[in-house]
Design a protein around this ligand. Structure first.
Ligand code: NAP
Ligand code: ZN
Length: 347
């Protein structure tokens, strides 16, 4: 076993603190890499607080992981020692179901194995995430990372990046479309970058008036403060797509009113409580309310390559791991500019 240092929540009530644990030895198909940077996703906070479902504790969060390969198994062909590698939200899946066969491992019919707060395929060994010094992952779930980009700013692409890239590609959002990005946080700011890169006219819908200048700097064409009734009224019926990245309860029906006829609201934000949606907000205008979960491994590699070619990374604030708790506090207040990334050298 490999002795590993990390930061864990021992229960939903305790603060994050140092914790030592063991990872499996590098098997013939595994890649081990030492973690350089790990992004802080709002899902980390949802999960250590049991927002979605009772979690597996102690929990080592982190699924935006970038590092350097230090060991590969005998049968590994795609990685060698010294390569820069990444892992996102999944570390395994059944690999044989209809969805896995179509590169949609995130929708594995047997359930994909999450990077943390999940069990390995044996159903009993907990997985531990990227707030740690090293990780062992089967080769198929390790991504190649270009060393052309700032590696700390690449880390958030592994979740915030793919979670926004995938639905925009799936719904073919681009030139001629009006896209609204709801919530300007980690996912939202990547949604703006990709929406702009794909040629859409992008509007940010935000509760934070002070984010306007940033939104425009990110490339957005318009900014609307969502508690300004007049601005919202003026925007009714104007968007082809809304990419909803909000982490807390909000009024879905109200936002649906901002869509054009045949418009689609794509939910990627995952509040803990079920949403109340009036069916009238859908049938008037033949609207769709849809969801999307991260992206498959092939698409994640495609997104990383696209970002390397087009010089797209996340806007980050680097933190020491000991400051993770105050980063969570700021995240809860919507005060993230626009992704915290842990410098793992501080572990
Ligand atoms: P984040 O950085 O905290 O951003 C969320 C943003 O939502 C905030 O910055 C804020 O933006 C807005 N917001 C927060 N509370 C709000 C409220 N009560 N009403 C309206 N807007 C509010 O979080 P994130 O890391 O981007 O994650 C966002 C959500 O996506 C989380 O629920 C996360 O679990 C989920 N997620 C889903 C997937 C997936 O596969 N679908 C993957 C990753 C994450 P403004 O200040 O601009 O209003
Ligand atoms: Zn995430």
């Amino acid at each position: 076993m490999i002795a590993t240092k990390g930061y864990a929540a021992q229960s939903p009530e305790t603060d994050m603190a140092p914790w030592s644990f063991e990872r499996r030895e590098v098997g013939p198909h595994d890649v081990q890499f030492d973690i350089l940077f790990c992004g802080v996703c709002h899902s980390d906070l949802h999960q250590i607080k049991n927002d979605w479902f009772p979690g597996i504790f102690p929990m080592v969060p982190g699924h935006e992981i970038v590092g350097r390969v230090i060991k590969v198994g005998d049968h590994v062909t795609r990685f060698k020692v010294g390569d820069i590698a990444g892992t996102g939200c999944m570390v395994d899946s059944c690999q044989v179901c209809e969805n896995c066969k179509q590169d949609l491992e995130q929708y594995c019919l047997k359930g994909s194995t999450q990077t943390y707060n999940s069990y390995e395929r044996d159903g009993i060994t907990p997985t531990y995430g990227g707030y740690s010094n090293t990780i062992v992952v089967r080769e198929e779930f390790v991504l190649h990372i270009s060393d052309k980009l700032n590696l700390a700013a690449v880390a958030p692409l592994l979740c915030a990046g793919i979670t926004t890239y995938s639905p925009l590609r799936h719904w073919k959002v681009g030139k001629g479309h009006k896209l609204a990005v709801l919530g300007l946080g980690g996912l939202g700011h990547m949604g703006v970058k990709f929406g702009v890169a794909f040629g859409a006219e992008v509007t940010v819908l935000s509760t934070s008036p002070k984010k306007e200048a940033d939104a425009l700097k990110l490339g957005a064409h318009q900014f609307i403060v969502t508690n300004d009734e007049a601005q919202l009224k003026a925007a009714r019926g104007s968007f082809d797509f809304i990419l909803d990245t909000v982490s807390a309860e909000h009024d879905y029906s109200m936002y649906l009113s901002l869509l054009k006829t045949d418009g689609t609201m794509i939910c990627v934000g995952a509040p803990s409580k079920p949403a109340q949606v009036s069916v009238f907000s859908l049938l008037g205008g033949r609207k769709s309310l849809a969801g999307s979960g991260i992206g498959g491994i092939a698409e994640t590699q495609e997104m990383l390559d696209y970002c390397a070619e087009n010089n797209i990374v996340s806007d980050i604030e680097m933190i020491d791991i000991k400051d993770i708790q105050s980063a969570y506090d700021r995240m809860l207040k919507g005060d993230v500019r626009y992704r915290f990334v842990i410098d793992m050298a501080t572990l």
